[in-house]
Structure formats: C-alpha cells, structure tokens
Design a protein around this ligand. Structure first.
Ligand SMILES: [Zn+2]
Length: 180
C-alpha cells in the first residue's frame, strides 16, 4: 500500500479489526519512510453472478428467488428457517466463490436439489418433480426408487412404472405400501 503522505511503498499494518459493515476489515497502517499513519478498508468484492436461463436470457442471481423456491418445497415439513437459510447461504457462496461469472439456471437448480436431498426427502422430490419437469410417471418413480432402502426396491414399483397411466398420487400410495 502506497503511503498517501510521501508516496513510498513501504507501509506496515499496525492494527487490523473488523469494519462496521460485514465482510470488511479496517487496517491501521504506518509508513516506514515518514512514520505517518493512515487507515485502509478492505472489502469483499461483490461481483454479480449472472444466471443464464433456458432461453439464453441473462438475469442477475437473485437470492430471494432461490429462498422462495426452497421455502415452497419445504412447506409443512420439519425444516427450520435456519436450515433453509443455510441451504441458500451455501448455494450463494458456491456461486460467488466460483470463478464463473455466468452460471446456467440448470446448475443452480441441481444445487438446490442436492441441498434439499441432504435435508428432507419429501422437499427434495417436490422440488425435483417440478424442476426437472417429470413428463412420465416412470421418471418420477425412478426418482422415488433412489430414496428407498436397497431391499425395498423390488418389483412393485417397476410394475407401476410400466402401467403408464398411474398418477403421481397413486405412486405415492404405492410407496406407502412398501412400509408394510
Ligand atoms: Zn510516508
């Protein structure tokens, strides 16, 4: 850091403490040439992360949107506000720390799916079914199968998958039947 008084480059930090705003450090420096002291502030650079949508439109990353999506998936589940905040924090940090300035919305969706999967199966399937636009009940059942313990993944679900016209509601009933 250049000394603002004499312009020499040899300054040393004599004190360092958190600034008034988050992600800021306040440093007291002393010039080794002229002994003058001055203060510098160091902040985390907030570069906007652009989300590339399916139709190639760009949109600035919006934390609120992700929060709402996750909240919706977690409705009436035993998931605390803190847990939801943590998921959003992790996803946001991931995106901001990545060197990529543009991220496809698909990547963001998959990050949400991964986060939900670790917290709650129902919230995860809810989000994944809307997000991945399951077109066939078979896709949905494939997803459900991944949630069952290995020994439960037997014929019953496969039969349902091939009958085709089943609704998602009846496949849920089928999943319940596995617990008998
Ligand atoms: Zn100086």
């Amino acid at each position: 850091m250049k000394c603002p008084f004499c312009g020499k480059l040899n300054t040393r930090v004599v004190d360092s403490r958190p600034g008034k705003i988050e992600f800021e450090v306040r440093r007291r420096r002393e010039c080794q040439a002229c002994s003058q002291r001055f203060t510098t502030y160091e902040r985390v650079e907030q570069v906007p992360v652009m989300i590339v949508k399916k139709d190639n439109r760009r949109e600035e990353f919006d934390r609120e949107k992700i929060l709402k999506g996750i909240q919706k998936a977690c409705e009436k589940r035993a998931i605390s506000v803190n847990q939801i905040e943590e998921m959003v924090d992790t996803i946001e940090r991931d995106l901001r720390e990545s060197s990529e300035r543009e991220v496809s919305s698909k990547v963001v969706g998959e990050k949400i799916i991964t986060a939900l999967k670790a917290v709650d199966d129902v919230a995860y399937v809810r989000f994944a079914s809307v997000y991945r636009e399951f077109r066939h009940v078979a896709d949905f059942i494939d997803e459900l199968k991944g949630l069952l313990p290995q020994e439960c993944q037997t014929i019953e679900l496969d039969q349902m998958a091939t009958s085709g016209s089943d609704t998602i509601a009846s496949s849920k009933a089928g999943k319940g039947g596995q617990d008998d």
